[in-house]
Design a protein around this ligand. Structure first.
Ligand code: NAD
Ligand code: IPM
Ligand code: MN
Length: 365
């Protein structure tokens, strides 16, 4: 019997609602597959600020580091929006990613056949889209120094940040992206702003240098402004995308909408060693929090990524993904993916339907 410790960080807003569903799904799949999960729930973000005054308590980071994998809901909310930088929920999330050393963020955007009509794009544009965004997660403008507030020569108040990448930071994310592309459609598009930014010029040079090690991968480069246009013009031209921290943040939200909803997109954040961090790409959705309206599937699919990339439990991961597909086949939809003819359900009910799908599954071959 395999046994794993999983740190649960429900967080703020809809975070607790969606993590509760994903936890139940993990537990049930585990019971079918002979896997035992030891869950430990810890605070982060606004919840932690209210409880202990910091967005990432030391105990939360140490619990996460000592576990086999970390599942996170989302953090943030109006209440803490005007806090100073070090006391923002978002700062806690960045500290967690840095603390775990998870520099590679995999954000798959696949259009499920059941949801083609939930996409805002035309059927023929959205159908069959299957993109993997590989986002650099612990560098770039999110972490670059110098940063801060000050005054300029005319005495005017300024805020400033620095986009900085070292060669080794680019190399390690590029390698993961090439390896990812090799296992997928064999095409890698590196997205940058090398026509303007030095950090992007270095990025493009290092990615290009690595291409000789991957002759089976077709490498292309695209400026980020064009990429954001091409994503809605003809998303099927993309297979694997590699990009920096901030461009990856923006482009993955854009890519999510091709699939029908941001409520569908999971992610895996991985480093060289230690536990991975698994979270939906969406935020705490304060506009629908506490109303049982959130789509839990992004977090359920993040739990599948946790099994696959975090624990090497491929069969259990497939079981979760198949259960999600089957639940969509049976017509259940939360509001964000609703279309006429389907059955509108809340977050909890969607979770219950996924559990039913797990229970009725034939064993995965
Ligand atoms: P958001 O992703 O929380 O919400 C954007 C829109 O998408 C909202 O209308 C929301 O209702 C909808 N939405 C998001 N997830 C959904 C789901 N699962 N089901 C149905 N609808 C969903 O982005 P925002 O409004 O810009 O940010 C809200 C807060 O979340 C901010 O404090 C932000 O900093 C934080 N945030 C956190 C994370 C994270 O924890 N990883 C990610 C993004 C934003
Ligand atoms: C995400 C979020 C975070 C990011 C914020 C909340 C710090 O938008 O996970 O996509 O920008 O990385
Ligand atoms: Mn984001």
């Amino acid at each position: 019997r395999r046994s794993y410790s999983v740190t649960l960080i429900p967080g703020d807003g809809i975070g607790p609602e969606v993590v509760s569903v994903a936890r139940d799904v993990l537990f049930l799949v585990g019971s079918h597959e002979g896997i035992e999960f030891r869950f430990q729930e810890v605070p982060m973000g606004g919840t932690a600020l209210d409880a202990v005054g910091v967005p990432l308590p030391e105990e939360t980071l140490s619990t996460a580091k000592d576990s086999d994998a970390v599942l996170l809901g989302a953090i943030g909310g109006y209440k803490w929006d005007s806090n100073e930088k070090s006391l923002k929920p978002e700062t806690g999330l960045l500290q967690l990613r840095a603390g775990l050393g998870v520099f590679a963020n995999l954000r798959p955007a696949s259009v499920f056949p059941q949801l083609v009509d939930s996409s805002t794009l035309k059927r023929e544009v959205a159908e069959g889209v299957d993109i993997m965004v590989v986002r650099e997660l612990t560098g770039g403008i999110y972490f670059g120094k110098p940063r801060g507030f000050g005054t300029n020569e005319s005495g005017e108040e300024i805020g400033f940040n620095t986009e900085v990448y070292s060669a080794s930071e680019v190399d390690r994310i590029a390698r993961i992206a090439f390896e990812t592309a090799r296992k997928r459609g064999g095409k890698l598009c590196s997205v940058d702003k090398a026509n303007v930014l030095e950090a992007s010029i270095l990025w493009r040079r290092r990615v290009t240098m690595m291409a000789s090690e991957f002759p089976d991968v077709e490498l292309s480069h695209m400026y980020v402004d064009n990429a954001s246009m091409q994503l809605v013009r003809n998303p099927k031209q993309f297979d694997t995308i590699v990009t920096n921290n901030i461009f990856g943040d923006i482009l993955s939200d854009e890519a999510s909408m091709i699939t029908g909803s941001i409520g569908m997109l999971p992610s895996a954040s991985l480093g060289y060693s230690g536990p991975g961090l698994f979270e939906p790409i969406h935020g705490s959705a304060p506009d629908i929090a506490g109303q049982d309206k959130a789509n839990p599937l992004a977090t359920v699919l993040s739990a599948a990524m946790l099994l696959r990339y975090g624990l090497g439990e491929e069969i259990a991961a497939k079981r979760i993904e198949n259960a999600v597909l089957e639940t969509l086949d049976r017509g259940y939809r939360t509001g964000d993916i609703f279309s006429t003819g389907s059955t509108l359900v809340g977050c909890k009910r969607m979770g219950e339907e996924v559990l039913k799908s797990v229970n009725s599954q034939k064993p995965v071959a």
